[in-house]
Write a protein that binds this ligand. Sequence first.
Ligand SMILES: *[C@@H]1O[C@H](CO)[C@@H](O)[C@H](O)[C@H]1NC(C)=O
Length: 155
Amino acid sequence: MARKMFEPSKVVLRSVCVLMLLGRMCQAVRTDIFKHAMTTVTITNGLGEALTVHCKSKDDDLGVQVINPNLNWSFSFRPNAIFLNTLFFCRFAWSNQQHSFDIYDEERDLDGCGKLCLWSILPVGPTQYNDKSKKYDIFYPWNPPALQKRPLREP
Ligand SMILES: *[C@@H]1O[C@H](CO)[C@@H](O)[C@H](O)[C@H]1NC(C)=O
């Protein structure tokens, strides 16, 4: 009698376990299908003097980084596979210069640089690595002044 009374609760417990397991599995599948492969952005300092970089996305603040001349700094993330709207925005500062640039713009870069996006910051601006010439020779303008402030506060 007592044994029978325990059985329904065991069934409930088992069902809960199965549901939790399914939930976990679904979560794992969901994060996989909603995200692209891990992507790395590498920023090399091509200035000849220390470069201060502060990058952010809507969800992440990557903190203030100081990159010494000819050295680099990288970060990795998984771009959004559904909305294709992953954006990392950085402020760059050295000497008396301050600029900002969208270092990863999923719309521009998903096919443009793939899983490894290499940038060098030169006095003229950001340059992207060219797989064909094996050089940093794809020049981009800094963000226009209207976009300089988003979405960062002063470092
Ligand atoms: C970044 O720096 C490391 C260590 O100095 C170096 O091995 C690597 O080749 C650099 N990466 C790029 C993309 O320049």
